[in-house]
Design a protein around this ligand. Structure first.
Ligand SMILES: [Zn+2]
Length: 350
């Protein structure tokens, strides 16, 4: 079994870019070459024909952007942010929300957010934030930092990629990991399973089943290159910089729609208190795990509205004056996004 796959280069967090998408994998990276080529061609034509520039002006009048990043290399992050910086000024999320609360214009402003707190990604991003003076907000699921264990959504892609060529069964379904397409569809199917779980114990149970099936072991394979969480010590050190803020992303990273009102409130207040205890700064913003409407549900926004100044989703959109600060849209950028696709995504957000 090979352990040489680098999850960071090819995979993204399973949070969907829209309510329709459930793909765990950055779609443009693993799709067949012709469709990737066509997507690139269409994007190129749009950019070259100045349609993107016009749309950016048109839609940009409606308000600013919140960018959402997950697993992304420092090089790509900096290059993508440079692209956005050509048309936007980066501001802290709190400043953007403050302007929305006071009905002040946000056009031309962008806030940078990164989810899940993986150590390597966060350190790389924080270094860019400090060097370039670009404020960034990091949404942390506190449970995985407390346990110092990688999250399932970082372990599963690494585990399956390292198990290429294998066949395994879970819940009466058989997965054959022959080639990237079958690995992607297995990750997709398992991601759907994980996202439907409503307790940490069931997440641990499914993880154990998969480790036993693929590794014949109960523990995380130390040879597997899996993104690990930041330590609280580093969160405390990084939080001393005014450019960096650490906000809440629940304790367990379970979909809020799967939890009771009492559990949702506990997830929100406990993650907030934990981060505030380490940083000594108020936690005012929340990021819904997975971020689709289906994963958020109807109860969580009501509670989030009471506990936080703002909450962000994975719905693509722009912070217009009519936006609900308990359900803020974001624009997600991935490792595979090019200068042109970054420009197009930003311009098309409405
Ligand atoms: Zn997340």
């Amino acid at each position: 079994m090979s352990h040489q796959m680098q999850p960071m280069a090819s995979l993204t967090h399973p949070e969907p870019t829209s309510r329709r998408s459930t793909s765990a994998i950055e779609p443009t990276l693993l799709q067949p070459v012709p469709s990737r080529w066509i997507t690139g061609l269409v994007t190129d034509i749009l950019v070259r024909s100045q349609v993107v520039g016009l749309l950016n002006k048109l839609n940009g009048r409606n308000g600013g952007l919140i960018l959402a990043m997950h697993e992304i290399s420092a090089e790509q992050l900096e290059s993508q942010l440079e692209t956005i910086a050509a048309t936007h000024t980066f501001v802290p999320l709190t400043e953007l929300v403050d302007r929305l609360d006071r009905s002040l214009p946000t056009r031309g402003l962008a806030a940078i957010t990164l989810d899940d707190g993986p150590e390597a990604i966060t350190e790389g991003a924080a270094a860019i934030a400090l060097r370039r003076g670009w404020p960034m907000t990091f949404f942390l699921p506190t449970g995985s930092i407390d346990r110092q264990q990688p999250a399932w959504y970082h372990e599963i892609p690494a585990l399956l990629l390292a198990s290429s060529g294998r066949t395994f069964s879970v819940d009466h379904r058989t997965f054959q990991l022959n080639g990237s397409a079958s690995i992607v569809s297995a990750i997709d199917a398992l991601t759907t399973d994980f996202r439907a779980l409503s307790t940490s114990a069931s997440v641990e149970g499914l993880l154990l089943t998969l480790r036993r099936a693929l590794l014949s072991a109960d523990e995380l394979d130390p040879m597997l290159q899996v993104l690990r969480p930041l330590t609280w010590e580093r969160v405390g050190e990084l939080a001393r910089h005014d450019e960096l803020s650490f906000e809440a992303h629940s304790v367990t990273h379970l979909a809020m729609s799967r939890l009771s009102a009492v559990e949702i409130e506990k997830e929100m207040t406990e993650s907030r208190t934990r981060i505030e205890g380490v940083t000594g700064r108020p936690v005012q913003h929340f990021c819904y795990p997975y971020g689709s409407w289906e994963d958020i549900g109807v109860v969580a926004p009501k509670i989030a509205r009471r506990l936080f100044r703002s909450s962000v989703t994975m719905s693509r959109g722009r912070c217009t004056r009519r936006v609900d600060t308990a359900l803020l849209p974001r624009v997600s950028l991935y490792e595979s996004d090019t200068v042109h696709s970054v420009q197009t995504k930003a311009a098309l957000a409405r």
